[in-house]
Design a protein around this ligand. Structure first.
Ligand code: FES
Length: 155
């Protein structure tokens, strides 16, 4: 059960905080929301809220249904479709690499860089707010996020 989707349209400013729901509810259950048509997931893990684009940067998989795992000291969400690992805090894609020139063949975790757009979460008076990231650089997950915006505008 991924909770309901909250539809929020905040036309004045794309980057102002948008109330997603009550802190006590969001702590119990992951929530997806559409802010200006952009699908995000808000989740609570180990005392902290996180928000990121809901569609996985790889092929648009539903990250709100992913398991959370600690990988090499970083909390990651594992995409249910092809098991890509994405850090909750920064949206980096992690992969295991082997250096063929090294004698040891133990794979090491490496980062592909930021692949999934993360958004800012704040809590005020028991309400949880998300501010969409306004980072201008394009991030891989934008492709699927923008697809969802276009399809919701056609409705
Ligand atoms: Fe997420 Fe492929 S769609 S791992």
């Amino acid at each position: 059960n991924d909770g309901g989707t909250v539809e929020i349209s905040n036309k004045k400013e794309a980057d102002s905080p948008v109330c997603i729901g009550r802190e006590e509810d969001l702590k119990k259950q992951r929530t997806t929301a559409a802010i200006n048509g952009r699908e995000i997931v808000v989740l609570y893990h180990d005392g902290k809220f996180y928000a990121m684009d809901c569609r996985c940067y790889h092929a648009g998989g539903p990250l709100h249904l992913g398991e959370i795992e600690d990988i090499n000291g970083q909390t990651c969400i594992i995409c249910p479709w092809h098991k890509y690992k994405i850090t909750l805090a920064t949206g980096e894609g992690l992969y295991q690499a082997i250096n063929p020139r090294e004698p040891s063949v133990t794979p090491k975790w490496r980062s592909k860089g930021v692949k999934q757009r993360t958004h800012h979460v704040s809590v005020e008076n028991g309400n949880v707010y998300v501010t969409l990231s306004d980072m201008a650089d394009s991030i891989d997950s934008d492709y699927y996020a923008e697809k969802s915006i276009n399809s919701s505008m056609k409705k």
